[in-house]
Design a protein around this ligand. Structure first.
Ligand SMILES: [Zn+2]
Length: 301
């Protein structure tokens, strides 16, 4: 009831600012509600709306229900059947007068609190204004305070919102930097692996490359390194671990690629793949012994 009555009051305040309520959605217990407005309110408007909500609650306007007999049917909500039901109007002091058949609090002080949350743009220029009322608002505020505190503790920082925000931003930068370093290192490993395979191809015709992690990202890097050297001979590149998925790539002389693709299908039970010149396959799950059997088939047979 706090949410519903709070929505009446919030919409009444928004009306005075030329922000018509186009629709609304009441969230389930412990969720936020929202109103849809024709445009996004400015920061100043949001502050003003919030202040007016608090003031209207503090002023403790009476909320009354009226059932006038001479209501014109066309002023009613479209889903309201005047012939069957008694028309009820809900009045909040001098602030609002609206047809509604729902139940309401008796005075605005009983709403306790209307808390405005964030906004979200929808359908072009429309805007959803999220809010919560009463005990639910207090519950959501408590959850946020506790969550912020836990995040602060887990990052060994303070838990004032600005401190947590600054630390999360710093953490995000560190993660991005870590990814860049990892990408660079992987490219370096691929370069070494490429050089090793090139040396193998100089003395033989079959190269083998395996890396447990990094999947196709790594195989593609190695493939790039060896693309010229493999014009004579063939190389099988694999990734993944036993009981996990993986990738296989075969590149080189077309006849040798075809022959090894056939071998791969014999040895690896869950592989699916194809391609001319460069064969590529996906392993749903490496079964016990399959990786070693494939290595032997490439290197020793
Ligand atoms: Zn109502």
């Amino acid at each position: 009831m706090q949410q519903h009555t709070g929505q009446h009051l919030l919409s009444a305040i928004l009306d005075t600012m030329g922000l018509e309520t186009l629709s609304w959605s009441m969230g389930s217990a412990s969720e936020m509600n929202y109103l849809e407005l024709p445009r996004k309110p400015s920061e100043e408007e949001i502050s003003s709306i919030q202040a007016q909500c608090i003031q209207a609650i503090r002023d403790n306007h009476p909320i009354t229900v009226e059932t006038p007999g001479d209501v014109k049917a066309d002023s009613l909500p479209s889903d309201y059947d005047k012939e069957k039901g008694v028309v009820r109007f809900v009045k909040i002091g001098d602030m609002d007068y609206n047809a509604c058949c729902g139940t309401h609090m008796k005075q605005t002080a009983h709403i306790s609190l209307i808390l405005l949350h964030h906004t979200q743009s929808v359908r072009g220029t429309n805007c959803r204004l999220f809010f919560s009322c009463g005990n639910r608002a207090i519950g959501l505020a408590n959850e946020s305070i506790n969550a912020l505190r836990k995040i602060g503790v887990s990052m060994s920082s303070g838990f004032k919102p600005a401190e947590v925000q600054a630390n999360v931003a710093k953490l995000g930068e560190a993660v991005a930097e870590g990814r860049r370093r990892e990408k660079k290192l992987l490219a370096e490993v691929a370069k070494f692996e490429g050089d090793r395979i090139k040396a193998v191809l100089e003395v033989g015709r079959r190269g083998w490359c395996y890396r447990a992690t990094d999947g196709l990202d790594f195989l593609n890097l190695v493939a790039f390194e060896i693309k010229d050297a493999v014009k004579e001979g063939v190389v099988v590149l694999t990734s993944g671990e036993e009981k996990k998925m993986g990738s296989i790539m075969i590149m080189g002389e077309p006849a040798l690629v075809d022959a090894l693709a056939t071998k791969v299908k014999e040895v690896v039970s869950s592989v699916k793949g194809g391609g001319k010149g460069k064969w590529q396959g996906k392993v749903t799950e490496w079964k016990a012994g399959e990786l070693e059997a494939l290595r032997k088939a490439v290197e020793e047979e």
